[in-house]
Design a protein around this ligand. Sequence first.
Ligand SMILES: Nc1ncnc2c1ncn2[C@@H]1O[C@H](COP(=O)(O)OP(=O)(O)O)[C@@H](O)[C@H]1O
Ligand SMILES: [Mg+2]
Length: 371
Amino acid sequence: MSIFKQYKMIGLMTGTSMDGLDICVSKIKFFLKSINVKVIKVGYVEFPKKIKLNIENSLSLKKEDIKTCHKSLGEFMAKETHQFIKKNKISNIDGVGMHGQTIEHISGVKSLQIGDPKYLLNKLNVPIISNFRNLDIKNGGTGAPLVPFLDKILFQEEKNAVLCLNIGGISNITFLPSLESNGNIIGFDTGPGMSLIDEASKIFFNKKFDKNGTLSINGKPNLELVENWMKNKFITSSYPKSTGRKEFGLTWLKRQMSVLKKLDKKDILPTLASFTSSSIFYNCKNFTNYDKIKKIIISGGGIYNTAIMSNLKNKFKNILIYRSENFGIDSDSKEALCFALLGAAFLNNTPSNIPSVTGAKKSVVLGEILK
Ligand SMILES: Nc1ncnc2c1ncn2[C@@H]1O[C@H](COP(=O)(O)OP(=O)(O)O)[C@@H](O)[C@H]1O
Ligand SMILES: [Mg+2]
């Protein structure tokens, strides 16, 4: 086997659901022509109420609120990561790749993640790599998604095309053409994931989220309404595109309040689950090389919503559907693994954006280091 360099990295991710911190410790090996990723340990810490509130406040983009959240979230990540590696007796870490909490993302213009990395540096005393999106944007890219770089390493196959789908707050896909076809990798956000179901669970059922999708499956979706929502410009436009809770979050839900209130209460979440599933399917069918797809590998919290999973099975007929666990990758921490990989790629001086995905002029080494 050709020479390699290896890094033991921690990846940290806090996604658009604003539910908590995903941690992934992994070993990343760089060979001359390939990269190998091996997960060592994964973990999750739910945000305490105060941190969640700080994040919600910072979305207003007021300077004071951002400052408060940058500090408290940075401290939280440092404390929890330190405890996690102590508890699991993990040593000899080479670095941390931290994504931070996105509070503003304007595709191709700017992307702001907060959570001050200096607290991690103080606690762990290893290089902290963050701000992964900026250099892609500076090179003419959208700055998102970055996960296709990991998907390619984990799941691309010689003969068959594979579709990776992550259902977090927002849903995003990676289309991996077969290696032998030499085609372009495609990746973009398809629209809502769990964000609308989460918001509606709070408003209509006083629940943080719809555990196991019980409320999303015990009712009937109003398909006329879904068809209407599907006219949304973001959903029907082709890539490159990325979105967030600003577009598919509480504001969207409030705009639909009068029509939602006319529905039988038990049909509200099934209708939203149908919207999430339909927007995923529409985008795959129209903007990827759909006929070539042989399997779909799903990750993210959406896999626990039985209504969404069952809708997807019905829509993607004749395509095998798997969870990433089927391939040894914990679906909750796949994105944290991605930032461990991007952190290692930085240390190894390996370019990590995929221009066919983000539209960047060239592939560059992403991230900024604090050491
Ligand atoms: N047991 C579960 N049952 C149903 N939904 C779940 C469950 N666990 C997580 N989820 C959903 O997944 C979301 C979190 O998914 P996640 O992949 O962490 O998203 P993000 O990357 O946006 O943080 C939760 O907000 C919730 O909607
Ligand atoms: Mg999350």
